[in-house]
Design a protein around this ligand. Sequence first.
Ligand SMILES: [Zn+2]
Length: 319
Amino acid sequence: MIKRTTKFGPCVLAALTAFLFIGGSDAAQQQDFSKIQIKVTKVSGNIYMLEGAGGNIAASVGEDGIVIVDDQFAPLADKIQAALKGLGITDKPVRFVINTHYHGDHTGGNVPFANAGSTLIAQDNVRKRLQTGGTGGNGGSVKFESQPAPAAALPVITFEHDVTVHLNGEDIRALHFPSGHTDGDAVIFFPKNNVVHMGDDFVRYGFPFIDVASGGSVQGMMDGLEKAIAQLPADVKVIPGHGQLSNLDDVRAYIQMLKDTTAVVQKAMAAHQTVDQMKQEKILAPWAKWSGDFVNQDTFIETVYNSLTNHPGPFVKHN
Ligand SMILES: [Zn+2]
């Protein structure tokens, strides 16, 4: 169940458990996964996108076997395996799982995949945060607890800056961008197939959740995305952390929204407004179309304010 310390309303809870995460296995136990179907979309060449519950999965499926990026929730692992086998391309296993960050809706399947023989790969801070557990959130009204993960859930290979997996004729490259959605984010490039998985640095559910309590920041998210798109071909296919397949124009519109809203919060801070005053004045009303069930205008004001003031909330754990 959701911890008592969380302050979510019922509809936010529904949204969270539907497509985001809270507290890893707690949410997995609460949600009924029996009705979840895994939808497979061919993105390009031998790269597929899998949608079920939780974050989007990217899969490279070929003669050497399978590499997946993120693994949703543990109860879905068998269905994900079946969906990959059902492509009829290879009988070889999922050899590697790359986690884009530590959140439970992206790493929840780590144990069953590791038990099935996959090697888990992630940025250093993903392993640390999975190992220790802790409190995540936006430093304000969004707060959640993660329990320390079991040993089998921990990435076996970690990297500080980047790592490349040479499989299926492609140099699949995971590149770390510091302090975006969390402090352990990786963006995964499939250069031959011209596909990128952005993790939760780019999502399609409106204003993003930024885990300020886990080292994330709105400035880092903007910087990371700008650096990422500068390295990408104009026609790259973009798999977001959540939501539909996208392109670089979608990413640019999202970056612009982050810049504009951050500038408005900065201006209000310069005028010595409090967070409550910013909420009362609805300073993000011009961006209302980005307001979602999970992160609405008020929640995003808190997020940006806490990013800019380096106020990660009361229980932050530093690496
Ligand atoms: Zn996330």
